[in-house]
Design a protein around this ligand. Structure first.
Ligand code: SF4
Length: 415
């Protein structure tokens, strides 16, 4: 190769997010740790993405997230194969594609990392959906391991005192369960420290997301989808705090130098629902071709959305409310309020909604939200039908036409 070819384009280099390298190293080390847990006398706990992970960190159990694994399967375009395997096993195509790909991956050690390490026990919190209950029951039977179900009542608007008492009693049961499966006492002092780190990590994540209030936004929702992994998998650890401290510095630096995720940012959009993991690059390029940047999203902000309910001096107690009032466990009117706040905060010109065939709790109220937003804000919105992992639900020409039409409306409105 000639020297000319080896020279890096300085403009492209300036655009690259440097922290990505560190993130990849951390995630590789994390999965190696999880895969070698049995050799090192550690326990592996599978847990749902919205579940209370901090007590697991206190017990030195390695939390593993089948949903995070599902996202990796989607991003590496292995979703269709695994979803079809699950359908051959008798699971309906309408079931969440994270669940289908995980159930199938277990039987063949499939997916980009050759399957997840087998769990020693499972923790299922239904604050995200009801699918996880059946999914985790299936996996508990498959691996013949204990399952703890952490039940959170749905919060249409308020959080009642009965709900508080009920969820609190489950935290106590959860701790007892952990003491039995891990064979040791729960350390309350360590819990305080883990709670403090969890809060610190969530605050830093919020700060990272908030750097997109700058114009141009130094990162996009597509970057946020990627950097989210640590606040999900390593929440409550120093590793996550250190990583987001570094990422925040980098984003502030980019903002100061006016380096935007989309070089000529002209239009600012908000994304709703999970990413389409197998098409993030295509979508990112498509919007960027219109100088449009997705500056915020309801998905990644869910991992810092309950900060207002958490108390550093009583993490265990405040966790009750923090883990119950999460984005997918509240009524549509509450979701609408959150989206309206985000529209203002990040100064967006339009909303892109992913009607996700897999995730019913996320997608069901979207048309109502869209109508209300049009009525109250007058902002254009776009609905695209797809799926986060299963590529069979993706129709490129139809989606492209809709994006083109939507961006024309945005252009006309904003000029
Ligand atoms: S249905 Fe939605 S919330 Fe439930 S596991 Fe699937 S993606 Fe997550």
């Amino acid at each position: 190769m000639s020297e000319e070819h080896l020279k890096k384009d300085p403009e492209k280099e300036k655009m690259k997010v440097k922290s990505i390298k560190k993130m990849k190293e951390i995630m590789t080390a994390y999965y190696i740790d999880a895969k070698t847990a049995a050799q090192n006398g550690k326990k592996v706990a599978w847990i749902t993405s919205g579940g209370p992970v901090e007590p697991l960190i206190v017990m030195d159990a390695i939390p593993v997230y089948p949903e995070n694994h599902g996202a990796m399967i989607g991003a590496s375009k292995m979703g269709v194969d695994l979803c079809e395997k699950a359908e051959d096993m008798g699971y309906c195509r309408d079931i969440c594609s994270y669940a289908r790909s995980d159930i199938a991956a277990s039987t063949v050690n499939g997916g980009p990392i050759g399957g997840l390490p087998a769990p020693d026990f499972l923790v299922c919190c239904n604050n995200i959906c009801g699918t996880v209950l059946k999914w985790y029951e299936v996996q508990a039977r498959y691996y013949k391991v204990p399952l703890f179900i952490f039940d959170t009542p749905f919060c249409h608007t308020e959080f009642s005192s009965e709900a508080r008492k009920y969820v609190r009693s489950q935290i106590d049961e959860y701790i007892k369960f952990l003491e039995v499966v891990c064979g040791k006492k729960f350390d309350m002092d360590k819990m305080k420290e883990v709670g403090r780190l969890s809060l610190q990590g969530q605050r830093l994540w919020q700060d990272v997301l908030d750097t997109t209030m700058n114009k141009p936004a130094p990162m996009s929702a597509f970057d946020a989808f990627f950097h989210l992994a640590l606040i999900v998998t390593l929440r409550g650890t120093q590793t996550a705090v250190d990583y987001y401290t570094m990422l925040l510095e980098e984003m502030k630096e980019r903002a100061a130098q006016k380096i935007g995720a989309v070089p000529n940012e002209r239009y600012r959009l908000l994304w709703d629902n999970l990413p389409v993991w197998f098409k993030t690059k295509w979508l990112s390029d498509k919007f960027a071709s219109y100088d449009a940047c997705l500056v915020a999203d309801t998905y990644t902000s869910a991992w810092c959305g309950s900060l207002e309910y958490l108390d550093e001096n009583d993490f265990l107690g405040s966790m009750v409310e923090g883990y119950t009032r999460i984005y997918l466990n509240i009524g549509v009117d509450e979701m609408l309020k959150i989206i309206k706040k985000m529209i203002k905060k990040y100064d967006v010109d339009g909303i892109v909604m992913h009607s996700n065939r897999s995730c019913k709790p996320y997608s069901l109220g979207q048309y109502d939200i869209m109508k209300s937003l049009q009525r109250d804000t007058g902002l254009p919105s776009l609905m695209i039908e797809a799926d986060m992992v299963d590529e069979r639900a993706w129709s490129e020409s139809q989606i492209e036409t809709r994006i083109d039409a939507f961006m024309e409306i945005i252009k006309q409105k904003k000029g």
